[in-house]
Design a binder for this molecule. Structure first.
Ligand SMILES: Nc1ncnc2c1ncn2[C@@H]1O[C@H](COP(=O)(O)OP(=O)(O)OP(=O)(O)O)[C@@H](O)[C@H]1O
Ligand SMILES: [Mg+2]
Length: 283
């Protein structure tokens, strides 16, 4: 494995949007792999009960029955964050179907929205045997894959993160969901986390552009989005691609899936942009 470029933790990045199916998990996995392949040490945290990200790691749901901790223990039992390592080189904390109980259990605990923040102040629970003891010294990036709800999980992410990356698609009510999410980020800035940075919007499934005099639906949606939020839209977009879809279905990143060669370049460009935009974020 390449040596890490790390000097210290550069960012805790929430990958979020109130909308489902916009590419949050696909972005988390592929951005994490792109950063890893650039030599950074990357930890991904799955906060979603669907556990889609966890299925793309070496996590075996049976391990939970054998007592191995997951994100549920962190949120509901104040356990330290367990760190496992996938063969792909990514470090991860898995989610589990027990996360169904979070809605019920977490809000009854003290400071339910602060669980991730507190957990990141404790030492990691190293399950790799590599002697990981310190988030700041042992990792470059922590990426958290956000669910669309419950709100208490979104609160946990937005309070613990330094930065948020927002995957979007250009379908349906993209703009409405975004407005709400941005407004909520602002609320969090004004209350618990004044340093929360918006890294930008990633158009995560861009179809082919139409002719100037015959724009596609996506072209029109992008124009409307640019008119309102142009400054936030990242200078790279992920193309709609069967290979990206298939890689995800095969539980792999595009970097482990040969037919997805062209998407690899785009995710690497995304990683370059994220590295630049997170420079100096954690002093
Ligand atoms: N660039 C792309 N081209 C084609 N399909 C894509 C692309 N990006 C994502 N997808 C597909 O879109 C679907 C939704 O993506 P993903 O699961 O990453 O979204 P999500 O926001 O995490 O969803 P959820 O809200 O359910 O967690 C998946 O089937 C995924 O494979
Ligand atoms: Mg997801």
């Amino acid at each position: 494995m390449k040596q890490s470029k790390r000097t210290q933790l550069r960012a805790v990045i929430g990958i979020g949007n109130y909308k489902g199916g916009v590419g949050k998990t696909t972005t988390t996995l592929n951005l994490a792999m792109a950063l890893h392949l650039q030599g950074y040490r990357v930890m991904v945290i799955d906060m979603d009960r669907q556990a889609n990200l966890s299925s793309c790691t070496d996590w075996d749901p049976d391990l939970e029955l054998q007592g191995y901790p997951t994100i549920y223990n962190v949120l509901c039992e104040d356990a330290p964050i367990p760190v496992y390592r996938s063969q792909s080189g990514l470090y991860y904390c898995p989610s589990t179907s027990i996360m169904n109980k979070v809605d019920q259990n977490l809000p009854t605990l003290r400071n339910p929205a602060m669980k991730m923040t507190r957990a990141l102040q404790k030492a990691p629970d190293d399950r790799t045997g590599e002697g990981l003891t310190d988030w700041t010294a042992d990792f470059d990036y922590i990426l958290i894959d956000s669910p669309v709800g419950p709100q208490v999980l979104i609160d946990n992410i937005l309070i613990a993160a330094n930065a948020v990356l927002i995957p979007i698609n250009l379908e349906g009510f993209a703009l409405t969901g975004l407005q709400n999410y941005l407004a909520y980020m602002q609320e969090i800035r004004e209350t618990e986390n004044d340093e929360l940075v918006n890294l930008g919007f990633l158009i995560s499934r861009r179809g082919p552009k139409g002719a100037k005099d015959n724009p596609t639906k996506q072209d029109k949606a992008e124009e409307a989005l640019r008119a309102q939020y142009g400054k936030y839209i990242l200078p790279v977009a992920i193309g709609e691609s069967q290979a990206v879809k298939n890689s995800q279905q095969d539980l792999k990143s595009v970097f482990q899936y040969p037919p997805a060669a062209s998407a690899r370049k785009t995710y690497s460009t995304l990683a370059d942009i994220i590295v630049k935009r997170t420079k100096g974020l954690i002093q």
